[in-house]
Ligand binder design. Structure first.
Ligand code: AHG
Ligand code: MN
Ligand code: MN
Length: 350
């Protein structure tokens, strides 16, 4: 066995995090918190993988009585299972002051019987719920913020920090492989779950999203509901080689943000969930605090860009825990191009 500093041994998530701590990139408590979240993701991965055999498919709630979350969306059994796994795993470690989830009306302080930590954890326990029952990739998204007040129960208002305040963010895709993608503000790194060993292994250090792309991800069925700048932008992509962009674009839409973003992390692309007439009153479809901001942090750390079309995502000042936003993220040049259509429209020159 080689013990030289450059040894080619697989690097586990545990070792990677210890090295990040030694490099001064994370506090020991944040390292332990990330380990706990990764462990919870392994449990969720096992539950997802069991499918019909584990009785985890289908809707939550009693027959004929759908269970609905604060978003007004019907919950799947796996939404509830994944939320419970993350809640239970993170309650007692002593690293957190509180948690907030897509599936819970309000944030929850750590129960009194456990020590309080200095961090707040936000998560989308199961992203891509519409894909669970059809055996298409789903995932978990998480974000870590500092707790602004120590020694008291954090309330929803304590979570309302811009994405630039995030200390760590990540997602785990439960697909053909279970893949954890993580940033602590020093690059974006990919870990693949070794299912035999039960450990996440570093398989992509400091990944970079290609700056240019010819691939876009959007739910085209919403086209007629979009606002003019989005209509113009996608119209020009669809015009292909003979249009103003001068090249053909390909389209992919998994409808699980984790899977669409992971493809973009791997080979580039732009992901868009813009404002449309159906979601305009709510501010957008995707949630700022536990979908858009963690993805924005990961994408920026991989050299990409993330905006609302009009503003850098991580600079949006949040007003509510479950706030929704329009989302454009991925290859930098293409996200800037989408932003140009919005700017020119707003200035009356588009
Ligand atoms: P969630 O399952 O956590 O509610 O998120 C679903 C989101 C996101 O994953 C995906 O990009 C988008 O909704 C899919 O939207 P469409 O149903 O419009 O395709
Ligand atoms: Mn989601
Ligand atoms: Mn979800």
């Amino acid at each position: 066995m080689s013990l030289t500093p450059n040894d080619p041994q697989p690097c586990s998530l545990t070792r990677f995090l210890i090295e990040e701590q030694r490099a001064g990139h994370i506090e020991p408590d944040l390292r332990l918190l990330i380990e706990v979240v990764a462990r919870a993701c392994k449990r969720i991965s096992i539950a997802v993988g069991k499918g019909a055999l584990g009785g985890v498919l289908g809707d939550a709630g009693r027959p004929g009585e759908a269970s609905v979350n604060i978003q007004g969306e019907a919950q799947k059994k796996l939404d509830v299972i994944a939320n419970d796994v993350l809640m239970e795993a993170n309650a007692w470690g002593g690293h957190l002051a509180g948690l907030a989830s897509e599936e819970m009306d309000h944030s929850q302080p750590i129960p009194d019987e456990f020590p309080r930590g200095r961090y707040l954890l936000l998560f989308d326990p199961l992203d891509g719920s519409s894909n669970i029952d059809v055996n298409v990739s789903v995932g978990t998204i998480f974000s870590v913020l500092p707790c602004p007040r120590q020694g008291c129960d954090p309330v929803d208002a304590d979570y309302l920090q811009p994405g630039t305040a995030q200390l760590a963010a990540g997602y785990c895709v439960y697909g053909p492989q279970t893949t954890l993608v993580l940033t602590v503000g020093h690059g974006t790194h990919v870990f693949t779950l070794d299912r035999e060993v039960g450990s996440f292994v570093l398989t992509g250090r400091d990944i970079r999203i290609p700056q240019q792309t010819a691939e876009f991800a959007v739910n085209m069925s919403n086209q007629r509901h979009w606002q003019p700048p989005m209509q113009a932008y996608i119209g020009d992509l669809l015009a292909g080689k003979t249009g103003p962009r001068g090249k053909d674009f390909n389209m992919r839409w998994v409808a699980s943000m984790v899977a669409d973003v992971h493809r973009i992390m791997t080979r580039g692309g732009i992901f868009a969930y813009p404002l449309d007439a159906k979601c305009e009153a709510k501010g957008g479809k995707l949630r700022l605090m536990y979908e858009a901001n963690p993805m924005a942090f990961l994408v920026e750390q991989a050299g990409g860009a993330a905006t609302t079309g009009r503003q850098r995502m991580m600079e949006v000042a949040p007003a509510a825990l479950h706030q929704r936003v329009p989302v454009f993220l991925g290859s930098r040049t293409e996200v800037e191009e989408a932003g140009r259509y919005h700017r020119e429209h707003d200035a009356g020159t588009g």
